[in-house]
Design a binder for this molecule. Structure first.
Ligand code: ACO
Length: 442
């Protein structure tokens, strides 16, 4: 099949958020730490009425409704998430409730977990299936979703919650470039969830940033090498129309773009005025080097505005949605451009999941009716974000306390109300004594 890629995208975000400026005051940190230091504006969260199953039910149903996809047209469905509830039982199996009633059970794919990378694994598996001898002519759906909550403390403002569903097939407007994907996987304890009774990770903040930047360096260099081998052309940031990143918080993404410009510079250090002193910098010694960081933030400033900032809408307003973060970035980008502006664009994406697994890949935009549909559907994203309800930090904290106490409790009847939920949202009605979960739709 030709032009395999993304044919449609859907986003689900919870209807409540907390404002980061208010959170700074509430947490008693210096003013600007979360908003300027981390680059975050608002953070989405959910109550005990929602879980990863309800998130994924909502986003898949929304995708199928809005793009008029029949269950019978889907041949593969898989989920990437690190929000674990039933351990051995997958979210994918829960999503079968949307397919079984239509007689659709011949549906490959299951859940994949490695921190924020699972969504990318689901996406790459889906693409591989379409390109394989097992393909049966149907679409694949790749789902990425998470409820990102941290224990009280410095990591909490980098939480978030959301889910993305992507329809994968041939003749797509967002075509995956072949033969240039660059992956970096290694063993690290930067962020993981060893306490199976808690939603909170164990996280070494500084190490996680170092691991992220190291994986970024490795993937970008390998990506450039593969492109050069394939096309006999040396690419650098000027060759891309958009550069998207997994976004734990927006400031890290701005620094990451700076790092890519550093790598471009190190590969061709001539003719760049004022940067000579950085010619012999070793990447692995420079993760926290303030001089290097500042110099290359400056170098990449305009690129950031043009190529990366448009992709940070969801991340700045909702926070880190883990597996769906990068794809929320793609949705943000597509929501700010017209089909004409996107036509022929080259988009580079960097996916990172702690522990760690990372891939850099690229997409070429080929305009067609499907692109028009995506762009017109996502045009209302900004308005949608504004329709959410702001909740004060005290109430936000109470919600997290409630989740903390009840996330694995059985039997349990959720107590939070569903007023203000967006139409079409699935929510948890009860967990019975066997830990079985039941849902209804607003
Ligand atoms: N005004 C402006 N900037 C400020 C202010 C202020 N008042 N106060 C602090 N800052 C800046 C700091 O200088 C710092 O900037 P820098 O990153 O350029 O050094 C930034 O705000 C953050 O402040 P720190 O003191 O470094 O923050 P802290 O150590 O308390 O926590 C961290 C930050 C480590 C990111 C924490 O939120 C965390 O652990 N998050 C989860 C892990 C994470 O997201 N890792 C990223 C990759 S892995 C993943 O995706 C999960």
């Amino acid at each position: 099949p030709k032009d395999v890629g993304i044919l449609a995208l859907e986003l689900y975000i919870p209807s409540s958020y907390v404002n980061q400026t208010e959170l700074e005051v509430h947490d008693g940190v210096s003013s600007g730490k979360y908003t300027i230091g981390l680059g975050q504006q608002n953070m989405g969260f959910c109550t005990d009425r929602e879980d990863i199953n309800s998130f994924c039910l909502t986003v898949v149903q929304k995708l199928m409704d809005n793009y008029k996809i029949k269950p019978q047209e889907v041949g593969r469905l898989e989920v990437g998430t690190e929000t674990i509830i039933d351990k051995s039982k997958s979210v994918k199996s829960v999503l079968m409730q949307l397919f079984e009633p239509h007689g659709v059970t011949d549906l490959e794919g299951i859940d994949t977990t490695n921190a924020c990378y699972g969504g990318t694994a689901a996406l790459l598996n889906s693409i591989a299936w379409i390109e394989s001898s097992s393909w049966n002519g149907r679409y694949a759906i790749a789902v990425a979703g998470d409820i990102a909550v941290y224990a009280k403390g410095s990591a909490r403002p980098t939480g978030g919650a959301g889910a993305v569903a992507m329809l994968i097939g041939p003749n797509a407007p967002l075509v995956f470039d072949r033969g240039v994907r660059a992956t970096y996987v290694k063993h690290a304890y930067d962020f993981y969830k060893p306490d199976l009774t808690s939603e909170y990770p164990v996280v070494d903040g500084k190490l996680s940033i170092q691991c992220y930047l190291n994986a970024l360096d490795q993937c970008y260099q390998l990506y450039k090498k593969k492109v050069a081998e394939k096309t006999q052309k040396k690419v650098n940031l000027s060759d891309f129309d958009a550069v998207l990143f997994h976004t734990p918080y927006c400031k890290l993404v701005q620094k990451s773009l700076g790092r890519l410009s550093l790598i471009d510079f190190l590969q061709n250090p001539n003719n760049v005025g004022g940067l000579e002193k950085f010619k012999n910098i070793k990447l692995e010694d420079s993760y926290f080097d303030r001089d290097v960081e500042k110099a290359f933030l400056d170098v990449s400033k305009q690129y950031f505005i043009d190529k990366t900032k448009p992709s940070l809408l969801v991340a700045s307003q909702v926070g880190n949605t883990y597996t769906s973060s990068l794809y929320g970035g793609l949705i943000s980008l597509l929501s700010t451009k017209s089909s004409r502006e996107l036509s022929g664009n080259k988009i580079v994406l960097f996916s990172y999941g702690s522990g760690l697994a990372a891939t850099m890949f690229s997409i070429t935009v080929k305009p067609n009716d499907a692109l028009n549909k995506i762009v017109s559907h996502l045009g209302s994203l900004k308005r949608h974000l504004e329709q959410r309800q702001k909740v004060d930090p005290m109430k936000f904290e109470k919600c997290l306390e409630l989740r903390q106490e009840t996330c694995h409790k059985a039997p349990y009847e959720p107590v939070s109300c569903v007023d203000g939920f967006f139409p079409g949202t699935y929510y948890l009605t009860k967990i019975d004594e066997m830990h079985r979960r039941f849902y209804q739709r607003v």
